[in-house]
Design a protein around this ligand. Structure first.
Ligand SMILES: [Zn+2]
Length: 268
């Protein structure tokens, strides 16, 4: 289980963030309470910007036994960055997160799942500082994804990160998908997809992944469970779909499956 720890306005350009009122502490506490109740240990892909402003929240997450990983500093789409700006953004977040958590950060998730065939150079940076990534979504959507990418954790090769190199220690942990004949893989276990799809499809998708002997990488944003999240005109309808029912759905997943952090599930 993972949380992309960011505020509801973080999909907007960084320069506009200061005019919005933060809700991230309250909405993250809702998730923490659910994790406590169902004894779930998770990986929090945390935005450096959020950690800088709310260090006590990160300390609380850490004290509950969850893993702190990074989601970068400024939530910039990697397809709009070059190697140098990405490295600066990543290392800025690592410095903040390692200082607060008191331990080495091992994992990264790209904002907007924005690693695709155009920016595989990102792995040169990631492998320099980290042990795993969870950004390659093996789906075809208008917003992100690489159709045909691997669906289960693997070691991406230096020459082609879509191929496995068992000698490479770095891990790629793709978010959970369900293969549908003719259509291809669909994302099942996070964000909009978790809110949109019938719970039965999400559950059967996770069961199939587990049956094949793999963990299902699920994710949630604090805003996914916050029905009061302020409406932002620039955001599309799918930001708000199913918010009234999402907490119940999410809790049902926590009740029916056993979840843990990447550090405990895959790396241990
Ligand atoms: Zn994000």
């Amino acid at each position: 289980m993972s949380v992309d720890l960011e505020d509801y306005y973080c999909d907007l350009p960084f320069s506009s963030w200061s005019k919005y009122e933060s809700r991230v502490v309250g909405s993250t506490k809702v998730i923490l309470e659910l994790f406590d109740k169902h004894k779930v240990n998770a990986t929090f892909f945390t935005l450096g910007y959020v950690a800088e402003r709310h260090p006590e929240l990160i300390e609380e997450i850490k004290s509950k036994g969850h893993e702190i990983a990074t989601h970068g500093y400024s939530h910039t789409d990697l397809r709009k960055m070059d190697l140098k700006t990405f490295e600066t953004d990543l290392t800025k977040s690592l410095k903040i997160l390692e200082q607060i958590s008191g331990e080495k950060i091992l994992g990264f998730r790209a904002p907007f799942f924005s690693i695709d065939k155009r920016n595989f150079w990102t792995f040169d940076v990631l492998k320099k500082y980290l042990e795993y990534d969870s950004s390659i979504f093996p789906v075809r959507t208008p917003l992100y994804g690489i159709a045909g990418a691997k669906r289960y954790p693997y070691h991406p090769s230096h020459d082609n990160p879509l191929k496995e190199d068992v000698n490479d220690k770095f891990l790629e942990i793709p978010p959970a998908t369900l293969p549908i004949p003719i259509i291809g893989n669909i994302p099942i276990a996070g964000g909009f997809h978790m809110r949109f799809l019938p719970l039965s499809i999400v559950k059967s998708g996770i069961k199939k992944i587990n049956k094949n002997g793999h963990p299902a990488m699920c994710y949630v944003h604090p805003k996914d469970l916050d029905p009061e999240t302020p409406r932002i005109p620039e955001y599309s309808w799918y930001y708000y779909w199913g918010l009234d029912n999402s907490k119940k759905k999410f809790e049902s997943l926590l009740k029916n499956f056993s979840f843990s952090s990447v550090r405990e599930t895959v790396l241990s």
